[in-house]
Ligand binder design. Structure first.
Ligand code: ES4
Ligand code: ZN
Length: 325
């Protein structure tokens, strides 16, 4: 078995964390006061009581509502740098962070404000020993035209963005809806990944589209491929990274999907452990490793393999990788 101390000390890469999902109620309250935004209460206790969700849709409603307090470049900077300091405390040496520009542009914030704030924080993270990069996501419950516009709008900031992802509500929003934008993203030199949230309707078909037609390099969640031996074989031979998020799964599916993670490890699939939306799902990356390790009695070897997989499926070159090992 493995101790909490072992997990805490292990160097890790985090590949699946939404910056907007790191907005703690405390910072939300502080920014609401600073920006004079009415969020219905000034009490932290009362605010925390509104954090109630047990499905992807009910979670996303609270999550988008909370973002209203993010207004200025400084706000986006503070959000990201606060997360990056916590990541460093968790011994995260390398991170690729998702963000949702459409969740901000749709309420009148310029994409420049969002990207400049986040990327400035990523630059400053070097000084605290974290190598940080950005993945821009399309909201899959917005139109395909909106995704395309978002990609065009990001063009002036291309050197600040490592990859393109797809998140938000998966129901009736398959990967193929966005095939044009993802093709364009690949030709522009971006890495690509997509969410395949656990226990979603038509998930296996969505995963097939993502892997076989769009050609994603990673799948976010995606652990239910264990149902389908052909997909396990595909993901294993093509070294597709799967970013699993135990505490998120526990909230939204009442199951950490630890059995699935263990099965994937047995099949040499490069699955990793991540925090998803740590301000909403009860903890940062070490809490996620720890809850999974405890609930499923993971061995030290399994935990080390999960951390190795996080570096091996990161979008860094082999020479960069040796620096972390
Ligand atoms: C998300 Cl858990 C999850 N699924 C889909 N989209 C998201 N955005 C933030 N967290
Ligand atoms: Zn996610």
């Amino acid at each position: 078995t493995v101790t909490r101390k072992f997990i805490d000390n292990l160097p890790k890469a985090e590949l699946h964390v939404h910056l907007e999902g790191t907005l703690e109620p405390e910072l939300r309250l502080k920014l609401a006061q600073k920006n004079h935004i009415d969020i219905g209460t000034t009490s932290l206790e009362a605010l925390k009581k509104t954090y109630q969700y047990d499905t992807l849709a009910s979670f996303l409603a609270v999550y988008y509502e909370a973002m209203a307090v993010l207004q200025t470049e400084d706000d986006f900077y503070e959000l990201a740098f606060t997360y990056l300091k916590k990541a460093r405390q968790n011994n995260v040496r390398y991170v690729e962070m998702f963000f949702d520009p459409q969740a901000h542009t749709s309420r009148g914030i310029a994409i420049e404000t969002v990207i400049n704030g986040f990327s400035h924080a990523a630059q400053d993270a070097k000084e605290i020993g974290v190598d940080a990069h950005l993945i821009m996501c399309f909201l899959r419950d917005f139109s395909k035209a909106s995704a395309y516009q978002s990609l065009i709008a990001a063009d002036p900031y291309k050197d600040k963005i490592l990859g393109i992802g797809l998140d938000s509500d998966e129901h009736h929003n398959p990967p193929l809806k966005f095939v044009t934008s993802f093709e364009k993203a690949v030709s522009a030199g971006y890495h690509i990944t997509m969410h395949a949230d656990v226990d979603q309707v038509d998930s296996i078909n969505h995963i097939k589209q993502a892997l076989e037609i769009i050609g994603v390099e990673r799948l976010d969640h995606g652990t239910n491929i264990v149902e389908n031996p052909d997909l396990v074989e595909f993901v294993s031979t093509h070294e597709i990274g799967l970013t699993s998020c135990p505490n998120s799964n526990k909230f939204l599916s009442q199951d950490m999907k630890g059995k699935e993670v263990q099965t994937l490890l047995e099949h040499h699939v490069k699955v990793s452990i991540n925090s998803d939306d740590p301000a909403y799902f009860g903890g940062y990356i070490n809490d996620n490793y720890w809850s999974l390790a405890q609930s499923y009695h993971l061995t030290q070897e399994q935990v080390v393999q999960l951390a190795k997989n996080s570096f091996e499926t990161a979008w860094i070159t082999d020479s960069q990788k040796t620096a972390y090992k």
